[in-house]
Design a protein around this ligand. Structure first.
Ligand code: KG4
Ligand code: ZN
Length: 345
């Protein structure tokens, strides 16, 4: 069963063909980073207009790279949320048109569930259901959450950030440090030459029973404190463009973000023996190393999303739609709409 997946929830225009929920025949991603760079962040109106321009050629390229004709496509899958409303609508309109024209089923996909599924797209493949119960850390530009997956499509919130997502915190920090956009990869790069212990930034681990703690779930966390600490640190000790000092600040900031994620993940695991990690921030080299060390120390089975599937892509969308999850099933083409705030749990 070949599924054509389409993803336009934010600033990547992506299409992919995946067979049977795991064999990636093609995975084409057109990134709009250069378009948004002058503004230091994603401009929604520009993003959606650019999806309109790029999506047709990205789909054609994905079909060609997969060696598929239209008759070879058994279903179309598309991200319906969460994401930017006007960007989601471009992918949805394209997917609806294709499904109707080809007479094929249309599968609406939750973007966060697709990120989660990317952790299962590994070789050797084992069906996600056989790995449950498991704990999953999904860290992206818009979300940072820890969930327990008891079966495909069945999730419970263990913890989440009550303010910035990890990727958002990286993006804002890079901006403050003049490292450019997008910030995650820039901090990751700068931190390579820095000392993670140079500055002790606060770890936003939530404990207690107040409103904040409830919003974050039992293993919640927060990134507003570390962001403010960075702002004050730069105000009081400006690195003045000194690359070595910027590297130390980047490494120390990254350590605070990563340390918080790893500690909360470790706390939340309970008796689970399988840990899945996915989302754009899971590309971060320090996070990957720390998570791998933690998994080794605790004897966990670690499913780290492959580097080609961490940031937004359509392979994870098509794979989830072919993965037999009860949450990703065909609906009538006219029944879908953009759901910018679609939740996973
Ligand atoms: O999953 P994703 O592509 O989009 C969302 O669903 O949000 O994640 C994008 C986020 C951005 O905030 C970006 O800065 C971050 O992932 N990111 C990284 C790295 N590569 C991308 N963060 C830290 N280190 C990286 N190497
Ligand atoms: Zn994403």
């Amino acid at each position: 069963m070949n599924i054509l997946g389409i993803e336009t929830s934010c600033d990547e225009t992506a299409a992919a063909v995946v067979r049977d929920g795991r064999e990636v025949l093609s995975n084409i991603v057109y990134s709009q980073i250069a378009l948004h760079r002058p503004y230091g962040g994603v401009v929604p109106e520009l993003a959606s207009r650019n999806h309109v321009v790029k999506l047709p050629e990205v789909i054609v390229e994905a079909m060609a790279a997969a060696g598929c004709g239209w008759d070879d496509i058994d279903a179309v899958a598309v991200t319906v949320g969460p994401g930017l409303a006007t960007s989601l609508l471009v992918g949805i309109a394209a997917a609806q048109s294709l499904a109707l024209r080809l007479g094929r089923p249309l599968v609406p996909v939750n973007h966060m569930e697709a990120h989660l599924y990317s952790a299962f797209m590994r070789t050797p493949y084992s069906a996600p259901g056989t790995l449950c119960p498991l704990t999953a850390l999904i860290v992206s530009g818009g979300h940072s959450m820890l969930i327990r997956m008891t079966a495909p499509g069945r999730y419970r919130l263990l913890g989440q950030t009550i303010d910035d997502a990890a990727g958002e915190a990286f993006d804002k920090a890079a901006n403050l440090l003049g490292l450019g956009y997008p910030g995650g990869p820039a901090i990751d790069r700068a931190a390579q030459n820095g000392d993670p212990k140079a500055i002790r930034f606060p770890r936003g681990i939530l404990r207690g029973t107040g409103n904040h703690e409830r919003a974050g779930g039992p293993f919640g966390f927060s990134y507003s404190g570390v962001k403010t600490a960075l702002l004050y640190h730069i105000r009081d000790n400006s690195p003045n463009g000194d690359a070595a000092r910027i590297a130390d600040i980047a490494a120390s900031f990254q350590e605070a973000i990563v340390d918080t994620l790893v500690r909360r993940t470790s706390d939340a695991m309970g008796s689970d023996r399988v840990l899945a990690v996915a989302g754009g921030v899971s590309l971060n080299r320090r996070l990957r190393a720390r998570i791998e060390a933690m998994a080794k120390e605790r004897g966990l089975t670690l499913l780290l999303a492959g580097t080609a599937h961490c940031t937004d892509n359509a392979a994870m969308v098509a794979a989830l739609a072919g993965g037999g999850f009860p949450t990703a099933v065909p609906v009538s083409a006219d029944a879908i709409d953009a759901q910018p705030d679609l939740a996973l749990v």
